[in-house]
Ligand binder design. Structure first.
Ligand code: 3PG
Length: 307
């Protein structure tokens, strides 16, 4: 009987686990759970007899792959797959997938949760500002970016986007103004929301030179990855530009310095919360289970990342 391991340092909701179990058992497979683990050794031990693996942001590196001799497929229940070593998967003949779009609305809603808090001065009792009529720039127009655009329109914001891999026509077709480049997005917008993946090209790409182009009172929202920020340079800029705010769904490595130097203008969730809703957990977790069953039973490779 094939064994599917769900290994989540940040667990899925119970309803999501029940759904994953149902899909697994109906396919005649066995489900094993490793939740809230704190040591990599626990993961290495748990994958030893797994045929398939479902993870969230859990790191699946060459050591994990090597510890799983029966492993045929790993699915990142979510969008960003910078936590998977695709080359190690390929070398070991393991198919790697993600579940694009399944948690996009959840992340997009959090953007506005953070944003309303920031424009109301973190509820410190002082008078804030509204989002109505402000211009929001979306950097990368994928599933999350598109959901952010939809919600922004509900707030009455003007929406602009730039995506290095999505043509301007496709952005305009979605009813969003296309910026011609990343610089223009920062120059033109009151708020910029990041939705780029962490890749070799994007790491440290959001720096003082870019963020410094924002108007007075600009707000940078990061629900993407901490790695895309050049933390030292952003901190230096924000010490000079005391009008700027930074809100993030993942603590920067320099969190303590940020919290100390930027009091009242900076907030980071203690743990990444973007996809931490019952709905997103169900959508992504169950999609991952279906993708595993589809691959193990019928060889379906839709959403394979390491082709
Ligand atoms: C994603 O890439 O799907 C999101 O960042 C969610 O990550 P999480 O599963 O760790 O919450």
């Amino acid at each position: 009987m094939a064994k599917i391991l769900v290994a989540t340092e940040k667990p899925f909701s119970k309803v999501a686990v029940d759904g994953i179990r149902k899909v697994t058992e109906e396919a005649g497979m066995e489900l094993a759970l490793l939740e809230k683990y704190t040591e990599k050794a626990e993961l290495l031990q748990a994958v030893a007899d797994a045929d398939a693996l479902i993870v969230r942001s859990d790191k699946v590196d060459a050591e994990v792959i090597a510890a799983a001799p029966n492993l045929k497929i790993v699915v990142r229940a979510g969008a960003g797959y910078d936590n998977l070593d695709l080359e190690a998967c390929t070398r070991a003949g393991v198919v790697a997938m993600n579940t694009p779009g399944q948690n996009a609305n959840s992340v997009a809603e959090l953007v506005f949760g953070l944003l309303v808090m920031a424009v109301r001065n973190f509820y410190d009792g002082t008078s804030g500002t509204e989002l109505l009529g402000k211009r929001l720039g979306i950097l990368a127009f994928g599933n999350v970016g598109r959901n952010v655009a939809r919600i922004a329109k509900g707030f009455g914001m003007e929406v602009m986007a730039y995506d290095a891999f999505c043509p301007a026509e496709a952005i305009e077709k979605a009813g969003v103004k296309a910026a011609s480049c990343q610089d223009e997005l920062f120059e033109q917008c009151d708020v910029v929301s990041l939705h780029i993946p962490a890749t070799a090209e994007t790491r440290n790409s959001i720096n003082a030179a870019l963020v410094g182009k924002m108007h007075k009172g600009g707000i940078l929202v990061n629900t993407a990855r901490k790695e895309v920020i050049d933390e030292a340079s952003l901190l230096q800029l924000m010490q000079e530009r005391t009008d700027l705010k930074y809100i993030a769904d993942i603590k920067p490595d320099m969190h303590d310095e940020y919290a100390k130097a930027l009091a009242g203008r900076y907030f980071a969730t203690p743990k990444k919360m973007g996809a931490q809703t019952a709905e997103a957990n169900v959508n992504a977790g169950i999609a991952a289970a279906h993708q595993i069953v589809g691959y193990l039973k019928d060889g379906i490779t839709k959403f394979q990342l390491n082709k």
